[in-house]
Structures are given as C-alpha cells and as structure tokens.
Design a protein around this ligand. Structure first.
Ligand code: ATP
Length: 312
C-alpha cells in the first residue's frame, strides 16, 4: 500500500509592508514584517507507482468557492514544488497531492506559497530525499518570495523582494480577526495599480522595517502597534475593490484596534486585544452586517509534518 505524508503550512499577514518604486527587472523592493498565523494549508502526498504528479482538492477545503476555477494542472504551485524537488534531487517518483485549502485564494495571505512549502516538506519525507529546512527554503525561494517564510513560519523581517528573511523571536502572541473577501485580487494587478497611483510621487526604496513597530510587536504593546501597522498596498487594493473600504470601516466600528489589508489584499486582518475581544468583533460583524470571519493568532511555526493517524 502507498504511504501518505501530510504536511501543514501557515498563511501569513504583513503587519508592515512598504513598497519601493518598480525596478528595472519589474520587481519591487519591499520592507515587510511577516507574521505566520493559525490558518493552515494541508498537503497530503501519496506515492504512485508511475512518475506522474496529480493534484486534487480535499472536500474539507473551506477557501474554494468555485472548484472549477482552481488550477489542478502544471500551473499549481504544488506541482511546481514537487517537480523542483525531483529535479534538484534526481528522485523521479510520482505523487498524488491532495490540498486542503483554508487560506483565501488570491487573498494576500500567501496561500499558494504555503501549499508549495507544505509540498516540499511532505515530498521530501515521502521520497526520503533528506533535504534540511534551509535547503528546502533555497529551493522554494525560486518559486516565490513567500515560500521560504511559509517554511520557517514565526515572524520575520523581509527585505529585497521579500526574500531576504531575518527571523524575529516573538514571545508574545497577537490575536486577529480575518475577513476574507468573496473575490480575489491578482498580486501583479495590485502592484500595477500602486505604480500608476504613485506615478508622479517621489517614492523611495524601503530599507528597513520601522524599529518601533518591531518593538511594539515584541512587547505586544497593542496600543502602540495599532498606530504603527502600515501597508502601502492599501490604496491600490482600495482603488481596485472600493467595497473593501466599507468592510474596513465596519471592522473598526466593531471595535477592532486597527483594520489592515493583508499583503495585496483583499483579506482584511482586524487587530483584537485578546481572543475574547476577537470574539466580540466577530459576533458584531456577523450580527450587524452578516460578515463571515475567522479568528487567528500569530506567530505560529512554519511547515511541518502532521502525525499519521492509524486506521482503527
Ligand atoms: P501572495 O500574497 O503570495 O502574492 P495570494 O495569497 O494573494 O498571493 P495565492 O492564493 O497564493 O494568492 O495565489 C494566487 C494565484 O496563484 C491564484 O489565483 C491561482 O491562480 C494561482 N495558484 C497556483 N497554485 C495555487 C495554489 N496551490 N493555491 C492557490 N492559488 C494557486
């Protein structure tokens, strides 16, 4: 019987996201503070007798409203990750990859990157290819700047195009209420809009994350933190999806300390004082506006293998 290994990787929010002008290579330099949060993607890898790679969606996937539009072919990041591991190690085995998607698709939370990270960890274990986390992270970085962070988890400052990661050892947790949107925003489109909106502005290249922001997160000083959360992508996401502004106002009216667009949006992350306060915000949003939400906290660890449950 074929063995199955399941790995789990977290989605992220960006508590701080400064974006520089477009570079000659088309990318943007950023200064980001990534926080891995307790909304997870699971990828189960099951060995095959041939060399094919197949992808499926687990029925428990809560983040897929339209399964027909979800890519199950070679464009899926899990296929790219498995192929990259095969190329790198020369271990040309086949695999069935089953994704349980909980992170909103094209939601600015790095869900596809989390899938890629979970795939690298699961296939590395299934195939016995023995790469360590750092080696997997170097491979994953070729797929996207967010993959190494999904492998490492926790919290980190990201510079360059988000690929130069420096871990932050946070002792305190913060609580958030996520408001996913029913639609996605393409990350390149949001960057394009930001460039257009800032065409006549003097935009500098960010080189650091505000040390006060890091300090506030380290101390879990929520009052200071709420004034320091920043995301340059907000205005572009709002220009593309004006309804996001309405939800942001609803979140703040429901008592959130701050309503932050995550990455390129459209998921909103509402900062709560503690889990009980998060629940109050969720109830108010649900009762008064019918808005569906998810409670999360961070930091949480990066991609890891889930214990196997023996059949009873
Ligand atoms: P990021 O914040 O990393 O820029 P995102 O979280 O906004 O990205 P994702 O859900 O990671 O967005 O993926 C964006 C697009 O990538 C999707 O619209 C989809 O077409 C494609 N894609 C490829 N593989 C996956 C995957 N495993 N999960 C989700 N999307 C994927």
């Amino acid at each position: 019987m074929s063995r199955t290994i399941t790995a789990r990787a977290p989605g992220k929010i960006n508590c701080y996201f400064k974006v520089g002008p477009p570079r000659e290579d088309g990318y943007h330099s950023v200064a980001s503070l990534y926080l891995a949060v307790s909304l997870y993607e699971d990828v189960s890898a099951t060995g095959r007798d041939d060399e094919e790679i197949h992808v499926s969606l687990h029925p428990d996937s809560t983040a897929v409203s339209d399964p027909d539009s979800f890519p199950l072919g070679p464009d899926n990041l899990v296929v790219k990750a498995a192929m990259m591991l095969r190329e790198h190690t020369g271990h040309y085995a086949g695999v069935d990859l089953c994704i349980t998607k909980r992170v909103p698709i094209a939601g600015g939370m790095g869900g596809g990157s989390a899938d890629a990270a979970a795939t690298l960890v699961a296939c590395n274990a299934l195939w016995g290819t023995g790469l360590n986390r750092e080696e997997l992270s170097l491979l994953g970085g070729r797929l996207g700047a967010d993959v190494p962070f999904a492998l490492h988890g926790g919290a980190a400052v990201g510079l360059g195009v988000g690929d130069m990661l420096a871990p932050l050892l946070l002792r305190e947790r913060t609580d958030w209420v996520l408001v996913p949107a029913s639609y996605g925003l393409s990350t390149p489109r949001v960057y394009g809009m930001l460039d257009r909106l800032r065409a006549t502005e003097d935009v500098s290249t960010p080189t650091e994350v505000d040390p006060d922001m890091i300090g506030a997160l380290m101390d879990a000083d929520l009052d200071a933190l709420s004034g320091l959360l920043v995301n340059d992508m907000t205005r572009a996401a709002l220009a593309l999806a004006p309804e996001l502004g309405v939800v942001r106002d609803l979140g703040e009216a429901a008592g959130a300390l701050h309503a932050l667009v995550s990455g390129s949006g459209p998921t909103l992350a509402l900062l709560a004082r503690d889990p009980a306060h998060g629940e109050e915000i969720m109830n108010q949003l649900s009762d008064e506006a019918g808005v569906a939400t998810t409670a999360v906290h961070g930091p949480v660890p990066g991609a890891s293998i889930l214990p196997t449950t023996e059949p009873t």
